[in-house]
Structure formats: structure tokens, C-alpha cells
Design a protein around this ligand. Structure first.
Ligand SMILES: [Zn+2]
Length: 297
């Protein structure tokens, strides 16, 4: 039997799946991307990809779109739970993969695995604790401390914190079905579209709304900095494809902190503190590989 030196990674996204076999960003021996369809067909495609590699694999990491149940003590552990995505609600994705592949498989939310990958090989390598925040269709965060995602009573839901909302500046009520104008309800891609009647990516770079958006993101980051003190903050997701947003956000964070925290990273080196991801379009799948490499399974 071949020596087991490789790991598998699965990025299970709402629109596409990425699977890879490898051991680090410079050693990816096989890779595939395909659109997300119904669960049974999609999972079969995953299994077909891994089939020729099974003898070489230590295990597989899975970073999934959410919401997912990541509590091993729960009866629905490994399920995609209440997603509005057709056919995927209440899907035991982890169980189906384990049964078909018969390998150790570790699973977490995609934003958590992306944070792990960046911490292991990317923009937050050597910076612990670190925070990875995605701002796109939804808003979520992965907080990596001592090389592992922070878990508590429940999984972190960093997109649903409340932040100041000036109704004179922005009378929009927010899109979150649970909280209305929480961070995600105000600043996600769908919130921008509902408010302005056009998709965020089609909005002009000069549109004044980008300053409002940067303000919301900055409020959230200041709260995370004050409570979690990450040594590096990575901002990913569709909204952050607008490169100019980084400078706006850094300036607002600096102004909001107002030199209260006397650390050079927050006063003189904000450009190296709040940064884009470094692993590009392999961030998700590399993060999934990092998850299984770090796992006890
Ligand atoms: Zn909310």
C-alpha cells in the first residue's frame, strides 16, 4: 500500500464545490471544481474525485457553507441545518461522506476553515490569535486561537452583532430575519442590494454608500479588536473585492479607536493589520486541508 502522506480538502460552497488532494499550497497533486447541485449528485462527484486517492489519504477536511451543526455532542452533528438553499436543508453531509469514503473527516464552517488556512500558510501565518471575516452574501467570522478555531456554547456568529445605526444617515431597516439591522442585516451584499436596488459589485467606486459600508465594517472590527485582540485581521468575501475599501476601513478603525489602544499595529501599521486573504481562490480548499491536518481524528 502507498505511504499515506496526503490530505483531502473539500470546500463546500453554496454555488460551487472545490476538492483537492495535497499537503500544502505548493503540493496540490489533484484538484477539481464543479457547480453545487442537489446533495446526492454533488456528494457523488466528491466521492468520484477522491476514489483514486483513498489509499494515500490520512483524512479529509470539509469546510462547508452554513449554517452547519459543528457540535460533536449534537444529534445533528455534521448536518447543514436550516439553509434556504434548495434541497440542502437538513442534509447530513458529514455522515454521507464518512459512509462513502470510510476515512476520518473533520468539518467546520467555511469561514472557519478559511481562517485556519490563512493562519497556517497565508496572511495570518505567525499571528495568533487571528480573525478571518467574510463580507459577502452573508457575514461571518472565524477566530483562530492557539492554532484552533474558538468554540464555546455555540459557534461564533460574528455577523450578527449589533453596531451603531444612524437612521438619519441610513434609514434602511436591515435584512436580517432575526435582528433587522444587525451587522449582516446592514452590510451584507443582499442588504446593499435591498437598500440601493442594485448589486454591490455594480455600484460605482465613487458611490457615497461605500463610506457608510466602511463605517459599519469598522464598527464591527473595533468591537472584535476590543474583545478578542486579534494580532491580524483578514477581510475576505465579495464586498472586499473592492480594494479601495481596505483603506477606508483602516482609516475608520483608527479614528474610532482614537489611540485608546497604544500598539504600533493599531496606530502606525494599520495597513499590515487589516489585510486581504493571501491564499486566493484556493483559500477554502487549503483551509479544509489545514482543518484535517490540525485535527485529532
Ligand atoms: Zn442578524
Amino acid at each position: 500500500m502507498a505511504e499515506k502522506t496526503l490530505f483531502g480538502g473539500i470546500e463546500a460552497g453554496g454555488t460551487k464545490f472545490v476538492c483537492a488532494v495535497g499537503s500544502d499550497p505548493n503540493h496540490i497533486v489533484d484538484e477539481i471544481r464543479f457547480p453545487t447541485t442537489a446533495p446526492i449528485k454533488t456528494i457523488q462527484q466528491v466521492c468520484d474525485f477522491f476514489a483514486p486517492h483513498l489509499n494515500q489519504l490520512h483524512g479529509i477536511g470539509l469546510g462547508s457553507f452554513g449554517p452547519v451543526d459543528v457540535d460533536p455532542a449534537s444529534s445533528t452533528y455534521g448536518y447543514i441545518t436550516t439553509t434556504p438553499k434548495p434541497y440542502w436543508g437538513n442534509t447530513n453531509i458529514l455522515g454521507m461522506l464518512r459512509k462513502k469514503l470510510n476515512l476520518p473527516i473533520a468539518m467546520d464552517l467555511d469561514v472557519v476553515t478559511a481562517g485556519l488556512g490563512e493562519a497556517k500558510w497565508g496572511a495570518s501565518m505567525g499571528f495568533d490569535p487571528s480573525l478571518y471575516l467574510t463580507i459577502g452574501t452573508g457575514i461571518g467570522g472565524g477566530y483562530i486561537v492557539n492554532g484552533k478555531p474558538l468554540r464555546g456554547l455555540v459557534s461564533l456568529e460574528m455577523g450578527h452583532i449589533h453596531i451603531p445605526h444612524d437612521l438619519n444617515l441610513d434609514p434602511f431597516q436591515g435584512t436580517c430575519p432575526y435582528h433587522g439591522d444587525c451587522f449582516e442585516g446592514l452590510a451584507s451584499g443582499p442588504a446593499i442590494q435591498a437598500r440601493l436596488g442594485q448589486r454591490a459589485e455594480t455600484l460605482s467606486d465613487n458611490d457615497p454608500f461605500w463610506d457608510v459600508e466602511a463605517g459599519y465594517i469598522a464598527y464591527a472590527l473595533v468591537n472584535y479588536i476590543l474583545t478578542l485582540a486579534p494580532r491580524k485581521i483578514i477581510l475576505g468575501g465579495g464586498i472586499m473585492q473592492k480594494d479601495f475599501m481596505f483603506e477606508k476601513i483602516r482609516a475608520r478603525v483608527k479614528a474610532l479607536l482614537n489611540k485608546y489602544l497604544n500598539h504600533p499595529a493599531l496606530i502606525d501599521h494599520m495597513d499590515g493589520y487589516i489585510v486581504p486573504p493571501a491564499l486566493g481562490n484556493r483559500a477554502g480548499v487549503l483551509g479544509a486541508i489545514a482543518l484535517i491536518m490540525n485535527s485529532d481524528q
